[in-house]
Each structure stands twice: as structure tokens, then as C-alpha cells.
Design a protein around this ligand. Structure first.
Ligand code: NCD
Length: 306
């Protein structure tokens, strides 16, 4: 995988996904033992976040530093020449001169491919608008495998499946591994029909759509909840019409299939009640912690150090 880009799950070979899962487990072992080898000493990662981020940005930075590498970049374009009208391509060209690998997030769908087209160094997308968020889906899959295994399970993606880029990437990964999937959303937030058709074509697993959160919880082994993506709506009114439509609370979790776990890419707003945090089903903070070994694996593989 040395020198390759990770800009989407679409088109990513399954063997690369398997390799990332395998190296992530090794990285987890290093972290658990307290002895992490300096595989990326002397390397520099550019971290270019044109859009807000907490977990993606901080976990990539931590991952790079844990492996002995260094990080430069920006969080928000306030202090950069983007404010003078510099194009995305030119900003990326500069990072390409200064760093060994580029991690970027930008609000426009398709921006990750534009970055990869001009950079010689590996580009890793931290999300391109409502399109995809491949590294989040990889850490989600790593978490699902760790918690439930990947055989004979049903995973439900719930909430904003129209704009939620993590769900757009994860549905492709679930299809790649033949995992039965339930897509549960209010009507206006359904996953785009062309995407559903593409993933259905790509696998033998069942992919069902429903609007009922209760029925979904009764059938799923993993309930993957997402935030309504307020920033992607055309109007505040459209957002308000669907905001708060699904809330996972204690009663729902207690009525669910025994052993069901609740995941969420975070940040949550009000779609998971805080009372769920103390239940054994809650896995979203473990999931976020898994961002470190998985992103360590990605950086090491793309830089040829694993
Ligand atoms: C997600 C994102 O940015 O798409 N956050 C993340 O990276 N964990 C989810 C979201 O913002 O709702």
C-alpha cells in the first residue's frame, strides 16, 4: 500500500482493507504494551482541515506522534492563503512540497479526489462533504470486528443516511464483507437510491430499508447511530423538520436484541441520550479510541513502514 491514497471506500480493494485491519491489531498490541516503535521517525504529516474536526484531526495527529513522526498544518482556513482566494489544488501542492503524507478534510464532495490528483505524496481523506469518510468507516469496521466478529451479524445504520458520509463509507465496507445491513432513517434522510443500488449489486448480503427504529433495534447486533448533518441542509427549516426524529434512549436499548451494541462516529447532539453512556451496550467511546491504532496503521502502511 506504500504511496497509495485513501480517498474513498468505493474502489478500494478488499485486500487493502484486510491489511489495514491486521496492522491495526498490531498497533493496538504496541499501544497496550506501552512500547510503540518509532516507525515514522523523521516523517512529517500535513494536517489540513478546511472543515471542523475533533476526533479525526486529533487522532491522526496522535497516531503520527505515537509512531515518532511530526505534524504541521491548520485547523480552519482563518490563518491561510485560502482567505486570499488560493485554490484547494494550490494549497495541496504546497503541503505536497513540505510533508511526506497529507491528511485533509474539505466540505466539497469530490474534493478528496481533487487533492489526490495534484499530490505526489499519499493523500488521506478525513471526509469530503457528504460523500465519504473512509478512515472513519475503517475504524468502525475494526470496532465491529473486535466487538462482534464479522460473521453472521446484522448491522443497522440509523439517522441521517442522506448526508452522513460515515454511513456512505461504512455501507460500502459492510457490503464488501457480505454483512447484512438495515438502513433506518426518516423518509427525507434516506440513503441516496443510486448508492443503495450500487452496494446491493456489489454483494449477496441483504440490505433492507425501514423507518422504524424500534424494529431495527430488535433485529440488529450493531446499532450505528448518526447525527443529523445540520451543516449540509439547504435551510434551517428543512433541518428542523427532521432534527430530533430519532433518539436512542435507555428504554430502546433495553428493548433491543440481547447483546446489541450502540456505536456512533460522534459528535452526538441529541440522538443518543446521555443515560445510554453507562449501559453495557454503549461502545461509541471505545470506537473513538480505536481511531488511534487504525490511523497508526494507515499512516505506517502508506508511508511504507509496515
Ligand atoms: C463525523 C464526520 O465528520 O463526518 N465525525 C467524525 O469524523 N467522527 C460525523 C459527524 O460529523 O456527524
Amino acid at each position: 500500500m506504500k504511496g497509495t491514497d485513501i480517498i474513498a471506500i468505493e474502489g478500494m480493494p478488499r485486500e487493502n482493507v484486510e491489511r489495514i485491519l491486521e496492522v491495526s491489531a498490531t498497533m493496538q498490541d504496541y499501544l497496550d504494551s506501552g512500547e510503540v516503535p518509532g516507525l515514522l521517525a523523521g516523517r512529517i504529516m500535513a494536517s489540513l482541515f478546511f472543515e471542523p474536526s475533533t476526533r479525526t484531526q486529533l487522532s491522526f495527529t496522535t497516531a503520527m506522534q505515537r509512531l515518532g513522526g511530526q505534524v504541521m498544518g491548520f485547523s480552519g482556513t482563518g490563518g491561510t492563503s485560502v482567505k486570499k482566494g488560493e485554490t484547494l489544488e494550490d494549497t495541496i501542492r504546497m503541503a505536497d512540497c513540505y510533508a511526506d503524507i497529507i491528511v485533509e478534510r474539505h466540505p466539497e464532495p469530490g474534493s478528496a479526489a481533487r487533492c489526490a490528483a495534484v499530490a505526489r505524496k499519499p493523500v488521506v481523506s478525513g471526509g469530503d462533504g457528504s460523500n465519504e469518510h473512509p478512515t472513519q468507516a475503517l475504524l468502525d469496521l475494526f470496532t465491529i470486528r473486535q466487538e462482534k466478529g464479522l460473521e453472521g451479524i446484522t448491522v443497522a445504520l440509523c439517522g441521517d443516511l442522506k448526508y452522513g458520509r460515515t454511513a456512505h463509507s461504512l455501507v460500502r465496507l459492510l457490503a464488501m464483507f457480505g454483512i447484512d445491513t438495515i438502513l433506518c432513517s426518516p423518509q427525507p434522510l434516506k440513503m441516496p437510491a443510486d448508492l443503495v443500488a450500487r452496494v446491493r449489486e456489489a454483494c449477496d448480503a441483504s440490505i433492507r430499508e425501514t423507518g422504524s427504529l424500534e424494529e431495527t433495534a430488535a433485529e440488529a447486533d450493531v446499532l450505528y447511530v448518526t447525527r443529523v448533518q445540520r451543516e449540509r441542509f439547504e435551510s434551517q427549516q428543512d433541518y428542523e423538520a427532521v432534527a430530533g426524529s430519532y433518539v436512542v434512549d435507555r428504554a430502546l436499548v433495553e428493548s433491543a436484541r440481547p447483546g446489541m451494541i450502540v456505536m456512533h462516529p460522534l459528535p452526538r447532539v441529541d440522538e443518543i441520550a446521555t443515560e445510554v453512556d453507562e449501559l453495557p451496550a454503549a461502545r461509541y467511546f471505545t470506537q473513538a479510541a480505536n481511531g488511534i491504532p487504525v490511523r497508526m496503521a494507515i499512516l505506517a502502511l502508506l508511508l511504507g513502514a509496515a
